[in-house]
Write a protein that binds this ligand. Sequence first.
Ligand SMILES: [Cu+2]
Length: 279
Amino acid sequence: MVRLDGGAFLMGTEDADALPADGEGPVRRVTLRPFRIDAHAVSNDRFAAFVDATGYLTEAERFGWSLVFVGLLPAESRKGAPRPERAPWWCAVAGAYWRAPEGPGSGVAERGDHPVVHVSFNDAQAYCRWAGVRLPTEAEWEYAARGGLEQARYPWGDELTPGGEHRCNIWQGPFPTGDTAEDGYAGTAPVTAFEPNGFGLFNMAGNVWEWCADRWGTDQPGAARPGPGDRPTGKDRVTRGGSYLCHRSYCDGYRVAARDHDYPESTTGDRGFRCAGDA
Ligand SMILES: [Cu+2]
């Protein structure tokens, strides 16, 4: 973990291309206590240590399925797999879970240092309890992702590919049919791929969406809520950072202020987490 000083920072954005419905704005001054945060997302190897020690069954295992990106599935597994109408590039795959990310027959033997996926918010909480840590608040996550830069668009600055260099694992090419993997990866990348940001944190943009502690909402409290703090109500939880599936044609979740959410039992092949703690 990396210890960060906290203090005041400008959270959110008023960028013209941020959707008002996502609640990225207004920009507000938020003050944080010092805290610690993982330098990278929790890997398959780390999650395996938790499961081996506790016998924990993830929600995807208990429900018997999870959402896998269609492009990562062999043709025979795609057949008959239900697809959400709103996002038909996902297939509901029976038997998909963290140790079999593309369903039966797949494995993580070659992906021990990749982020664990198909973990729900509740699974992430269970891991954190075991490890004696907690999920970051959304404010902590964004402060960490910004890496000390004020109001930059990405964790490294304002340009997506400075000098033509890829700085994160997202989608290149036409979505969802052809990821050219120009950044070096189709699907997940190792948790320490690419240069870290100014705080030494890896993959705060792209690779996998990361669960935060906060309940989802789009009302930003500004000065009324000076520090991190959970909303009292709401079922969904916040996710941040975007994933290997993000492409500006439909989702630029890899912008440092971008936000998303899902219900706490939900799992997908592009969502994981990193842990935080009090300093
Ligand atoms: Cu996205």
